[in-house]
Design a protein. Sequence first.
Length: 254
Amino acid sequence: MAQLFGGFLLPLLVFLVLLFASAVKVLREYERAVIFRLGRLIAVKGPGLILLIPFVDKMVRVSLRTETLDVPPQDVITRDNVSVKVNAVIFFRVIDAPKAVVEVANYLYATSQIAQTTLRSVCGQADLDEILSEREKLNQNLQKIIDQQTEPWGVKVGVVEIKAVDLPQEMQRAIARQAEAERERRAKVINADGEFQAAQRLADAAKIIATEPAALQLRYLQTLAEIATENNSTTIFPVPIDLLKAFMGKMSTP
């Protein structure tokens, strides 16, 4: 009799332990439990210790932490008919746990699909130059559209960032040639502007020298001094008497 009672007690204890384990759940600070009782949504509980009715209540855990979703590269034809590959990253989190469980079968998969289709649509409406230079504007547009689509699921999309834009080799070479031509154009413009400023300064200097003959003579003497310091050989310059008339006139005046 004792052996029969002992053989029955051990399975009973195991059953009670398993029953208790299924009835008691502990949720972390970032987790919420969506409770269904006989298939009907009754409450959202957590964090901490919660009690369930075994075989009657069913719990679905939902994380409220921000999650990262990589959008795989998408083949996009831009508005100016350029084929590119664009990928992105999305940061989102669940703000309404019951909606994330009831309104959509798998909010992670659904958010990923919405992100892919929206990325193709938004990039397809932009030119290649806009995708390359106005990425912040596209990121904000993507975030707004995707967030509107996921709001009924209780999912908040916080940030959308385009990670990379892969161009065909032919387009990369064309952009490189365009950039090189632009650099050459800027160099020519800067060189022409420098020559114009130099010519303008020379014209101003010529006007001043034309009104002051002594300035021309001083400039001539300065040139002779520079040549004398640069060369060791003796250089003889014929000096016209007209250049010295101004000095001779001043010296003869008492």
